[in-house]
Write a protein that binds this ligand. Structure first.
Ligand code: FAD
Ligand code: FES
Length: 272
């Protein structure tokens, strides 16, 4: 894994694509460190990042690195508040402060086990770069199963970020009408020799964790606890560790072995 330079870097936006209800922010970063799948970056627009009249500048916000290709880093954004809204407004040529890649990413499946990628909502982002990494390591597309859950069809358009995804929606407007964990349960029953890689809202992650525990299936969960610093200094992102103590999601994760958690903290998931 490459070490992140411990300083933020000013990068230039190369484009912003629409992906249904989401936006895909593309940023030129030809000399940046290669991220490990599952790592994240702290992002802040260089201009108009809070700091308006009687307003303080916002803290940088955490975003998973969704893809890296040809010297470009990509981030999948959902507009859920002032920071993500400002990032969604960025256009080619705008400048972006970036700190990262940060944290610990996914660990490759052990020999004889297939990867099953399970994503919910904007939490599908780190699974795209994971799918790329598995393919680069020689995994045949057919060996990797991708199961993605969304609230509705507009959000389900985000599934185009990954190849060959099977989709579930809460309202039945696309794919399976129901939870993505329904698809996961059937998949584990069909073939138990898998490793599950998951990222999404806390309720979904807890469903995945509990299902994998019952089935004795190894799982790695990418958590998205709210973060202030992103590098271990503020303890704003802690979650309880099974057996006592706490984990700092920004440095002990964001990818955490499911066995290290008694349950997924309700504040530790992607925006629902
Ligand atoms: C490691 C990590 C990776 C992330 N990756 C992505 C990503 O790829 N794409 C993306 O769109 N977002 C991602 N997030 C979440 C993103 O950081 C927040 O959505 C963002 O900080 C919201 O900022 P805001 O100013 O827009 O909204 P805020 O005003 O900060 O929040 C708006 C609403 O969203 C809720 N919220 C904020 N952050 C989170 C969170 N982390 N989890 C659950 N609910 C939250 C708040 O409680 C509030 O209700 C990630 C978070 C972490 C920690
Ligand atoms: S965000 Fe500051 S310690 Fe994790």
């Amino acid at each position: 894994m490459s070490e992140a330079p411990f300083a933020r870097r000013a990068l230039t936006v190369t484009g912003m694509d629409e992906l249904g209800a989401y936006r895909l922010l593309r940023v030129a970063d030809p000399d940046g460190p290669e991220p490990q799948a599952g790592q994240f970056a702290m992002l802040a627009a260089a201009e108009r990042w809070g700091g308006g009249e009687e307003e303080r500048p916002y803290l940088p916000r955490a975003f998973s690195i969704a893809r890296r290709s040809d010297g470009e880093s990509q981030f999948l954004l959902e507009d859920v508040g002032p920071g993500s809204r400002r990032l969604c407004e960025l256009q080619a040529g705008d400048r972006l402060w970036t700190l990262g890649p940060l944290g610990r990413g996914f660990v490759a499946p052990s020999a004889g086990r297939r990867a099953v990628l399970v994503g919910g909502g904007v939490g599908i982002a780190p699974l795209a770069i994971l799918q790329d990494a598995l393919a680069a390591a020689g995994a045949e597309a057919a060996e990797t199963t991708v199961l993605l859950g969304f609230r509705d069809a507009a959000r389900a358009e985000g599934a185009a970020l990954l190849a060959g995804a099977r989709v579930a929606t809460d309202d039945g407007s696309a794919g399976h009408h129901g939870l993505v964990t329904d698809l996961l349960e059937a998949e584990i029953r069909r073939d138990p020799d898998v490793v599950v890689y998951a990222c999404g809202p806390a309720g979904m992650l807890e469903g995945v964790r509990a299902l994998c525990e019952r089935a004795d299936t190894p799982a790695q969960l990418a958590l998205e606890a709210h973060m202030a610093c992103g590098f271990g200094a503020c303890f704003g992102c802690v979650v309880p560790r099974r057996g006592g103590g706490y984990l700092r999601v920004c440095v002990d994760g964001p990818v955490i072995d499911a066995g290290a958690l008694e349950r997924v903290d309700e504040h530790a998931g992607a925006p629902a």
